[in-house]
Design a protein around this ligand. Structure first.
Ligand SMILES: C[S@@+](CC[C@H](N)C(=O)[O-])C[C@H]1O[C@@H](n2cnc3c(N)ncnc32)[C@H](O)[C@@H]1O
Length: 350
């Protein structure tokens, strides 16, 4: 049975996103479901969405399932290239709260601030493990560095760190955070126009790729491949989905790609994936976010007590960490909808 789960203006997985994802089309089993959806969105809105995901609904023609990107043949309808409105991305991050929760998209769920600290510390341990072979006297480039929590961590471990951030608001916070570190150079600018003036042992891309159109992403990665030291790595930490790419097109513009989409893109840029790992701390917090989201959708606003529910959800999940994130997977349940992965990449030549 098809379920309406979210709102269009929502900064997270919106209804529009649901209709761009063929997995959701597959949930629309009956004409009654389709009519219900049509009533809510209007046929005009549904039709392009259906075409975008390469899936045709009974009303529009035969239903065709879009194969995964790696299996596509040239004759198969493929989703139209998703275009992100960079101005909207920019506006969103200009207005973002410069806190540990803000850049992690965690500030609307009633979670305690310690949830952001937990996630950062747990992810830091993973990053430390994945980068343990990077030379201590090496140079690091952190692109889309937000308020600079990662850049600061790198400055403590490595000789030289360059951090690039486009949002003026977050950049000012990054500058303040970085002032005690003479080895950290903050740059206010767009990663797409940034010209690296050095070679790097580690390039960190933490939650940046999802804000870039595919051709810009490819151009950026190709630029980065040329400035990685022999034996150096690119480390991405990126939000992912299981099926086809999902785009949010409201005030919060983003493309969530699948691991296989990233595999294809990295391959096109001369990068080899040495290691992929699901980001379990992220998944834990995302489980909490999606549960709180469901609560918000079902309970009238005046009874929501969001702070209490957010705290309860977070501490409940924390008690079950790390095994709790593995339960949906073991049961074959696609929850949470949004995941996150670390990708360790090396230039093909190195
Ligand atoms: C999800 S936040 C991640 C921040 C940080 N890397 C972290 O992991 O905490 C994404 C960041 O990328 C920045 N960003 C997005 N597009 C950018 C671009 N084209 N150039 C520079 N920064 C960009 C945003 O302003 C935001 O600070």
């Amino acid at each position: 049975m098809f379920k309406i789960t979210n709102g269009i203006s929502d900064a997270r997985l919106s209804l529009e996103a649901a209709f761009l994802d063929p997995d959701y089309w597959n949930e629309i089993d009956t004409m009654a479901d389709f009519n219900e959806a049509e009533k809510m969105f209007g046929a005009k809105r549904l039709e392009p969405a259906a075409r975008d995901c390469g899936t045709l609904h009974p009303r529009l023609g035969p239903k065709v399932h879009t194969p995964s990107s790696s299996a596509r043949d040239p004759m198969t309808p493929v989703p139209r290239m998703i275009e992100i409105d960079y101005e909207k991305v920019n506006r969103y991050w200009e207005e973002a709260t410069p806190s540990i929760l803000g850049p992690y998209m965690m500030d609307d769920f009633g979670f305690p601030a310690s949830a952001g600290d937990f996630r950062f510390r747990a992810e830091s341990r993973i990053v430390r493990r994945l980068t343990r072979d990077v030379k201590r006297d090496g140079a690091v480039l952190d692109l889309g560095s937000g308020i600079g929590v990662w850049a600061e961590g790198f400055a403590r471990r490595f000789s030289l760190v360059t951090a690039v951030e486009r949002s003026r608001n977050l950049f000012e916070s990054l500058q303040r955070r970085c002032s005690p570190y003479p080895n950290l150079r903050p740059i206010h600018g767009d990663v797409l126009t940034f010209e690296p003036d050095a070679r790097y042992d580690l390039v960190f891309l933490g939650g940046l790729l999802m804000y870039l159109n595919e051709r810009d992403l490819i151009a950026l990665l190709r630029k980065l491949v040329r400035c990685i030291e022999p034996g150096g790595m690119i480390l991405c930490r990126e939000s992912t989905v299981r099926g086809n790419a999902v785009a949010l097109r409201g005030d919060y513009q983003v493309v969530y790609r699948s691991v296989s989409d990233y595999r294809r893109i990295f391959g096109q840029c001369g990068l080899t994936i040495r290691h992929v790992e699901r980001n379990e701390p992220y998944v834990l917090i995302e489980m909490g976010s999606e549960l709180v989201e469901k609560w918000r959708k079902t309970v009238p606003a005046r009874f929501q007590v969001l702070r209490a529910i957010g705290h309860l959800t977070y501490f409940g999940l924390r008690l079950g960490y790390p095994w709790i994130t593995r339960i949906p997977k073991a049961l074959g349940i696609a929850f949470p909808r949004l995941e996150n992965h670390f990708f360790v990449l090396r230039a093909d030549a190195s």
